[in-house]
Design a protein around this ligand. Structure first.
Ligand SMILES: [Zn+2]
Length: 59
């Protein structure tokens, strides 16, 4: 279980900066960000998600 979690984190940390990709959150083309389930989440949206989860946990 621990190994599985570490592998997922490694995948999420990978940063692709060669080609622009469409962010799955804001829809803008970004050249950097994290990939989750083959979907790009740009740096700014990643921060928004983290902040949203902390501030608005109860929706
Ligand atoms: Zn975005």
């Amino acid at each position: 279980m621990v190994i599985l979690l570490l592998e997922v984190e490694d995948m999420a940390i990978v940063v692709h900066s060669c080609t622009g990709e469409t962010c799955m959150i804001c829809g803008h083309t970004k050249t950097s960000g994290i990939h989750i389930c083959n979907q790009l989440i740009c740096d700014s949206c990643q921060k928004e998600i983290v902040e949203t989860d902390v501030n608005n946990w109860k929706i």
